[in-house]
Design a protein around this ligand. Structure first.
Ligand SMILES: Cc1cc2nc3c(=O)[nH]c(=O)nc-3n(C[C@H](O)[C@H](O)[C@H](O)COP(=O)(O)OP(=O)(O)OC[C@H]3O[C@@H](n4cnc5c(N)ncnc54)[C@H](O)[C@@H]3O)c2cc1C
Length: 359
């Protein structure tokens, strides 16, 4: 049987970028992916890099803020190695709130100030006209970035191949193999692969594979993309909806949080509701055309924190449960997991993310 130093189970953004990092450290790495790499949650994401976002639990903030700082270099390296542009946009985010209560530490503006001060402070936002019936609302500005996750994951796949990572796609891992009380590889629907290190990066499916189970649950998000509306410069977020512009003119509008099992269907009513909420913020979108609608499954956990570390089975690691922020958290996840696997002490206290907290 052919063997590797490490097998990564799952070819999403977490699995692919960890594979690259381990390969850079000299390990022979195999990624085993059930479908096509990068076509699940990492394909569905909006790509906001909201390092200090209000929905991020306090225990995760140090990692999320550091990951946001690491992003430009992370992207630069992937672009360099793959030749694929991933559309890192650094124009920032405008938050809009009915009651002016922003959980984020943000620079705030009354609506009219947004339009008078904005050109000097944050650059103009052509998509939001000064008079649009929203003048009673409050606005704030955050210096956040966004990426196109589909381009990011394509770049990661190409960079991984370029680095000599082996990829077995269309191959489902059914079981983790154990020998003498430690991991010895994986069993798939077709064959077996051997390695002394296995890392479960199977996203919303990470808990389905024995023998060590994790309480990871799929949380569905529906999204749409429109084209032909007013060009937006910033990401715009309100309590009801977010709008994420891409440099090719698409605007991604999301999203829902649904406990609907592994169902990835969209429904017309929900997509229309998201679109209407977007038009309330940016009236010019009324004339845009729907380009695509889709749904993806976020890997959720009971405490909304990722699961990062070695399991009770020696050599068997897990890096999943990134829920709403897996695109943002990829660089820091790769750094701490590489340290753990190579038996270096990570710079961060990972106690809150330990797999053992659920045992
Ligand atoms: C609608 C939506 C919007 C989002 N927006 C954002 C955002 O703006 N910013 C942000 O940071 N994050 C966002 N996220 C979250 C982010 O997409 C996820 O946290 C992240 O993609 C998780 O990456 P992953 O590699 O763990 O999982 P995935 O990308 O789901 O990859 C897991 C892979 O494992 C494979 N797999 C599963 N089981 C097996 C098996 N048995 N054998 C082999 N392979 C297997 C799957 O096929 C899949 O390719 C969003 C998610 C959704 C759904």
């Amino acid at each position: 049987m052919k063997s590797w130093d490490a097998i990564i189970l799952g070819g999403g953004i977490i699995g692919l970028s960890l594979a690259i990092s381990l390969r850079k450290q000299g390990l022979r790495v195999l990624v085993v992916e059930r479908g096509e790499p990068g076509r699940e949650a990492s394909h569905a994401a909006a790509g906001m890099l909201a390092g200090s976002g209000s929905e991020i639990p306090a225990a995760l903030k140090p990692l999320s803020e550091e990951s946001a700082r690491m992003y430009p270099e992370f992207v630069h390296e992937l672009e360099d190695e793959s030749g694929i542009k991933v559309d890192l946009r650094e124009h920032g985010t405008i938050l809009i709130s009915e009651d002016g209560r922003f959980a984020e530490k943000a620079e705030r503006f009354a609506w009219d100030q947004l339009h008078t001060l904005e050109p000097t402070l944050i650059g103009s936002e052509p998509g939001i006209p000064p008079k649009c019936g929203l003048e009673s609302r409050q606005a704030a500005f955050l210096t956040e970035c966004s990426v196109d996750p589909r381009a990011l994951v394509s770049a990661a796949l190409k960079a991984a191949k370029h680095r000599g990572v082996d990829i077995a796609s269309g191959t489902e891992v059914r079981k983790i193999s154990v020998e003498a009380d430690r991991v010895s590889g994986v069993e798939t629907d077709k064959t077996s692969y051997a390695a002394a290190i296995v890392v479960n990066c199977a996203g919303a499916w990470a808990g389905c594979i024995g023998p060590v189970r994790f309480p990871v649950k799929p949380i569905k998000g529906q999204m749409l993309a429109v084209v032909g509306g007013p060009g937006l410069k910033h990401v715009i977020r309100s309590e009801k909806v977010y709008l994420v512009p891409r440099s090719d003119g698409r605007i991604v509008i999301g999203s829902t949080l649904e406990d609907a099992g592994y169902n990835k269907q969209t429904d017309i009513g929900t997509i229309q509701r998201l679109f209407q909420a977007a038009v309330e913020l940016v009236p010019g979108l009324a004339g845009s055309k729907q380009h695509e609608a889709w749904a993806g499954l976020r890997p959720g956990t009971p405490d909304e924190l990722p699961i990062l570390g070695e399991t009770s089975l020696k050599g068997y690691f897990v890096a999943t449960g990134h829920y709403r922020d897996g695109i943002l958290l990829a660089p820091i996840t790769v750094q701490v997991m590489t340290d753990l696997i190579l038996i270096k002490a990570p710079h961060h206290n990972l106690g809150s993310f330990a797999p053992a907290r659920f045992s």
